[in-house]
Design a protein around this ligand. Sequence first.
Ligand SMILES: NC(=O)c1ccc[n+]([C@@H]2O[C@H](COP(=O)([O-])OP(=O)(O)OC[C@H]3O[C@@H](n4cnc5c(N)ncnc54)[C@H](OP(=O)(O)O)[C@@H]3O)[C@@H](O)[C@H]2O)c1
Length: 342
Amino acid sequence: MQTTRLGNTGLVVSRLCLGMMTYGTPKWRPWVLDEDASRPLVKHAVEQGINFFDTADMYSAGESEALTGKFLREFCRREEIVVATKLFHPVSMAFSSGIAPKANGHRPPPNTSGLSRKRIFHAVDASLKRLGLDYIDLYQIHRWDPATPIEETMEALHDVVKAGKARYIGASSMWAWQFAKAQQVARANRWTPFVSMQNHYNLAYREEEREMIPLCKDQGVALIPWSPLARGFLAGNRRADDAKAGATSRANTDEIALKLYYRASDFATVERVTAMAAAKGVSNATLAYAWLLHKGITAPIFGASKLPQIDQAVAAVELKLSADEVTQLEAGYEPHPVLGHS
Ligand SMILES: NC(=O)c1ccc[n+]([C@@H]2O[C@H](COP(=O)([O-])OP(=O)(O)OC[C@H]3O[C@@H](n4cnc5c(N)ncnc54)[C@H](OP(=O)(O)O)[C@@H]3O)[C@@H](O)[C@H]2O)c1
C-alpha cells in the first residue's frame, strides 16, 4: 500500500481511507452491516495496508464509532493507525440526514447538534468513550454551523487539541469561503487550523473543482473526498428507469444517492467508466478511484460492503492512467447544482 503525508502535516496515511459508515447497525440504514458482517471486511482492509479509517458520531447513532474502535483495537497497533471521526449532527437513530438542528422535521433537544463550545466538548468525550481510545487522530467538523460564531468553534477545537483529545482537526463539506474564513480566524488567533478537507468529489460530481480543491491545494490542505464511487452509483449498479431495481440493497434503498445522482448525464458518466474499465480489464470501482488519485487527492474515503470491493480499491493505487484517459473520463460531464453541503 502506498502512503503519503496528510497535507502539510507529518502524519502518514495510506492512499485509501476506509469509510466506516457501512459498519454499525442496519437499524440506522438498511444497507449498513452489523458487527459480524463488518469484522472480516475491516480485518481485510488492515491486512492490505490501510491504516486510515473515517467514521462519525452520527453513523448508526454511535454504533459505527463503537465498532471502529473495537475492530482497530483487535487488528492494529494504535501508534500506526489514523482514526478520524466527525461531529455536528445529532447522534440519534431518529436523525436521518440534513442540516441540524432540524431532524426529520423535528427539533432535536437543545445542544445535541452543531458546533458550540459546549457541544464540541461533550461530543469529543462521547466519541472517545464509544471508540474506546485515548485520542482521536483527526477530529472533523461534519458541516458548517451557521448558528455559532466561527471564533467560538475554532477556539474550542484548538482547546480539544491542546487537551490531548485530538491530534489534528479537519473539516467537511462547506463553501470555500467558509473554510477560508475558519482558517483565517484560527491563524489570526494562533489556534490550530484545519489540516484536511473531506468533501463530496467523484466522477459524477465535480463542482468542488471550482473553488474548494484549488484552495486546498494552494494551502497544502489534504483532500480526502467522501463517496468516491458516488455511493456505488459509478459501479453501474443503479437503473435509470427504476430506482428500486438496483443490483444491491444499498442501490435500492440509499435515498441520499437518489438525491445526489441519477441525472441522465450521471448515467452517461457511468457508461464512459464502464467502457474504459472493460477495455483496461479492471472494475468500474478501480477506475473511478484511480481517476481521483490522478487528480491530486490525498486519499479517497471509500465504502466497502463485500471483500472483493476492498481488493478493487487497493488495485486502484497502482493503476496508471494517461492524461488522455483522464480527459476521456471527464468528457461530457455536465455541471450539477451544489450537492452535499446539507
Ligand atoms: N463527510 C460527509 O458528509 C460524508 C458523506 C458520506 C460519506 N462519508 C464518508 O465516506 C465514506 C464512503 O462513503 P460511501 O460509502 O458513500 O462511498 P463510496 O465508495 O462512494 O460507495 C461505497 C459503496 O459502493 C459500493 N461498492 C464499493 N466498492 C464496489 C465495487 N468494487 N464494485 C461495486 N460496488 C462497490 C458498495 O455498496 P453496495 O453495498 O451497494 O455494493 C459500497 O458500500 C463513508 O463511510 C464515510 O466515512 C462522509
